[in-house]
Ligand binder design. Structure first.
Ligand code: SF4
Length: 361
């Protein structure tokens, strides 16, 4: 659920360098690789998953099933068991109505999500993981935003579609999954017809993913750590994160498969995994790429991200109180190559190639 912007590698880059390099790399903030006409945005035979499920008469039941989970909330592996319908709050602090921080076309996501008109990003407040290095901490930790009804959420989805966004990119969706399902069904009846992107920390229960089966077209999970002690230390005691997230990613792949793009390079369906390289090998990058290579097709889309920067409480943890170095990023990309991953994010590859030729550390 990180947002992308190629922040920098903490290696003598000035802001001007960053902008220049983003332009050079085809950074999606400034450069649109695709010339899409909104009316041509999808291959004609493509139908969103949730639309098929509705046609089969199954979507309403899923919404009902999801809403029932609010009464004894086990929407995520924290399994708080609180009754959110009655105003009880669990670890994530969320109640039953979603709190929305913002919604807009986002041009800083992966290029296949951004296309020419942007990824229709909806930022939900609150979070069930609450990492100490969270870059969205005012939203995720402090819950800033405005409470809305599911109908309002549906209208925002439709607005994003209307202005040409290629998908609905749901950032931090786990704790508001029932609202998302309900809103998607409402929006579907009013013409929603673009993929849902489930942009998650990856900390998802199998039982909940089964509810999403046949609704989500694009899963965009993080894989933050491979070691239990790191997960516990930096993500509020979530020592089961590596195990839970690995299982979740395998299930996501079972549901949607390897990423498929339309004829103009826009993502339509599939799994896109994000992995943020952290200083001092905290994220367990070698283990991660080895796990992907041995567990999933080598053509699985993987974005090895260089954007880690010190945020929120990360200053209190010496191991992660700095950005990554060029060497750390190149090492991560080399591991991906060594273990044979063939579908790495093109921007990460461009960054690798650039720094490979101008290493300074
Ligand atoms: S979604 Fe929130 S309340 Fe529900 S189990 Fe997870 S942390 Fe607890």
């Amino acid at each position: 659920m990180n947002t992308l912007s190629i922040r920098t590698l903490n290696m003598e880059l000035t802001r001007r360098d960053l902008i220049k390099n983003s332009l050079f790399f085809g950074g999606s903030l400034f450069f649109f690789p695709l010339s899409l006409n909104a009316s041509e945005k999808k291959d004609s035979q493509w139908i969103p998953a949730y639309k098929k499920l509705e046609a089969e008469g199954k979507l309403a039941e899923r919404v009902k099933q999801a809403y029932a989970l609010f009464e004894n909330c086990q929407l995520c592996p924290r399994k708080c068991g609180v009754n959110r319908q009655k105003g009880e709050r669990g670890f994530c602090r969320a109640l039953v109505k979603p709190v929305l921080f913002s919604y807009h076309p986002h041009f800083g996501e992966e290029m296949s999500l951004v296309g020419s008109k942007g990824s229709g990003t909806i930022f939900f407040s609150h979070c069930n993981l609450r990492c100490v290095f969270c870059q969205n901490w005012p939203i995720a930790h402090e819950g800033r935003g405005r409470e809305i009804q599911d109908e309002d959420l549906a209208n925002r989805m439709l607005h994003l579609q209307k202005i040409g966004c290629h998908n609905i990119n749901l950032v931090t969706p786990t704790h508001v999954m029932p609202n998302i399902l309900n809103a998607s069904r409402i929006a579907l009846k009013k013409g929603l017809d673009i993929p849902l992107v489930y942009n998650t920390s990856g900390y998802e229960r199998m039982e909940i993913l089964k509810v999403l089966d046949g609704i989500v077209d694009i899963y965009l999970p993080d894989m933050k750590y491979m070691d239990t002690d790191k997960a516990a230390k930096y993500s509020a005691g979530a020592s089961d994160y590596p195990e839970v997230t690995q299982k979740a990613i395998v299930e996501m792949h079972r549901q949607v498969g390897v990423l498929k793009l339309d004829h103009q390079g826009v993502a339509m369906r599939g799994l896109m995994i994000r992995h943020l390289v952290m200083p001092n090998r905290v994220a367990g990058t070698e283990k991660f790429v080895k796990w992907v290579a041995e567990t999933l097709p080598k053509s699985t889309y993987v974005n090895i991200m260089a954007q880690y920067h010190v945020e929120y409480k990360a200053y209190d943890y010496p191991e992660i109180a700095r950005g990554i170095t060029t060497r750390e990023f190149l090492e991560a990309m080399n591991w991906a190559e060594k273990y044979g991953l063939t579908n790495l994010d093109p921007q990460s590859v461009a960054v690798r190639d650039f720094y490979f030729h101008r290493r300074t550390d």
